[in-house]
Design a protein around this ligand. Structure first.
Ligand SMILES: [Cu+2]
Length: 447
């Protein structure tokens, strides 16, 4: 979908491909039922400098947008509701982290913290497959109904994958993975959080996790029915962000109708204007998007509207040996299997979308280029951000207050599908709100 005219793209015509349909029943602004942010990162935290988490590896059904269900294994909070993917564990740089893994699966399992050196309570390395002779120790695994305790010092900041280290061809595909976020100290001058070192500040309420993966329903059915399965025949049919496929990706965090898939992937931003800073963002800090790929396939990914700036890969900031900045803006980039990337992103008000400063509107595109399903659209009817205009009779608009919508998605378009039916899969939306006060009277862009 990168072939759309960039100007049209910037005008927020999300999903502007009238002939590409999908089952659309969700409005992105529906409130979550549980406490916490409607969109953006949902951290599991533990206070103090020795945070401790207890996870239970278990199994339950998750839901796909096409009505299918999938028997899934995941690391959920011990004593809590089964959830997929595992909790986003957020700790501070320098913390000594303890993770207890309880195993309610029918086979042994374990957790690998990718890129982190750790030890068990008895001092044995967490990951003997990397730090010691292979197969000499299984003490890092939890037997069925058993448990194991991991400990590590979160010495470096960044975005890390954690996933099963046992029978990974099966167990990771079954869903045993999650994200670990290690936060460095905030910037003293501005108080803004950082992803890494100086220059990686971001706006705290625009921090997003996009954990990519894919699922082969045949594998999941075989495991559910205790049947053999040949992992070399893997054929994914579902392509997930944070454990959901589009359009579920844009449902809010903790959506009541997705009881086991708590994490949405809507990127809810406010437009930024270098000449007129948002009082809510006086430093014009960008958003931060943390990408992780827990799947076995590589996924090319891009946001529409603006290029993102890649600042780190595999929790390693893009700096040269002299410490000079090597971050770069790019349209699309490849998230390799097992990789993580960090990207800053902002949506610039370079065309003065508020109308008062730019009285010359762009040509309103034809409705057929705005339709999402049937006569449903995300378009506001106005070329100006924060304004709503007339739409033809019988057109349903999901637009709340003149905000813009654009897609962010896998560029392998067969992955933008649910069991081969598009639109779906590894796709989410960016929602761009006007700066407060730039919207039409009577509208409300506050989520
Ligand atoms: Cu595209």
């Amino acid at each position: 979908m990168h072939t759309l005219n960039q100007k049209i793209n910037r005008r927020g015509l999300a999903v502007a491909a009238g002939t590409l349909l999908c089952v659309m029943t969700l409005v992105p602004n529906i409130r979550a039922t549980a406490a916490g942010p409607t969109s953006g990162i949902v951290c599991s935290t533990s206070t103090g400098t020795t945070p401790s988490f207890s996870l239970t590896a278990g199994a339950d059904y998750i839901q796909m947008p096409d009505g299918n269900t999938m028997w899934t294994w995941s690391f959920g909070p011990t004593g809590g509701v089964f959830q997929f993917p595992g909790p986003v564990l957020c700790v501070n740089q320098g913390d000594t982290v303890t993770v207890v893994l309880n195993n309610k699966l029918p086979e042994a399992t374990s957790i690998m913290f990718q890129g982190i050196e750790g030890v068990l309570a008895n001092g044995v390395p967490v990951q003997p497959q990397f730090t010691g002779p292979k197969l000499t120790s299984l003490v890092n695994t939890a037997a069925p109904n058993g448990s194991v305790t991991y400990s590590f010092v979160a010495s470096e900041p960044g975005t890390f994958l954690y996933e099963s280290g046992t029978n990974v061809g099966k167990q990771v595909q079954m869903g045993l993975y999650g994200a670990l976020v290690v936060r460095p100290p905030a910037d003293v001058a501005t108080g803004l959080p950082r992803a890494y070192g100086p220059g990686t500040e971001y706006l705290p309420n625009t921090e997003f996790v996009l954990l990519l993966s894919e699922m082969d329903p045949n594998l999941h059915s075989a495991v559910e029915l205790n049947q053999p399965y040949d992992v070399t025949t893997l054929h994914p049919r579902y392509w997930l962000i944070n454990g959901r496929s589009f359009p579920d990706t844009i449902a809010p965090n903790n959506a009541a109708w997705l009881p086991h898939q708590p994490y949405g992937a809507l990127e809810h931003l406010t437009v930024q204007d270098l000449n007129t800073p948002d009082p809510n963002n006086p430093n014009n800090a960008p958003a931060l998007i943390r990408y992780l790929n827990a799947g076995s396939r590589n996924h090319p990914f891009h946001p529409h509207g603006e290029n993102g700036r890649l600042i780190a890969r595999d929790a390693t900031p893009l700096l040269d040996v002299g410490g000079n900045d090597l971050s770069y803006e790019t349209f699309s980039f490849n998230i390799g299997s097992g990789q993580t990337w960090d990207q800053t992103y902002h949506y610039d008000n370079q065309e003065h979308f508020d109308g008062a400063l730019n009285p010359v509107p762009v040509t309103i595109p034809q409705l057929m280029n705005l339709e999402f399903k049937g006569a449903a659209t995300y378009y506001s009817g106005s070329p100006y951000l924060g304004q709503k205009g007339q739409l033809p009779v019988a057109v349903t608009s999901f637009n709340q207050c003149g905000e813009y919508y654009m897609v962010a998605h896998s560029h392998a378009l067969y992955e933008v599908a649910n069991y081969d039916a598009g639109f779906g899969g590894m796709l989410t939306l960016e929602r761009i709100d006007p700066i407060a006060g730039h919207q039409a009277p009577g509208t409300n862009c506050t989520p």
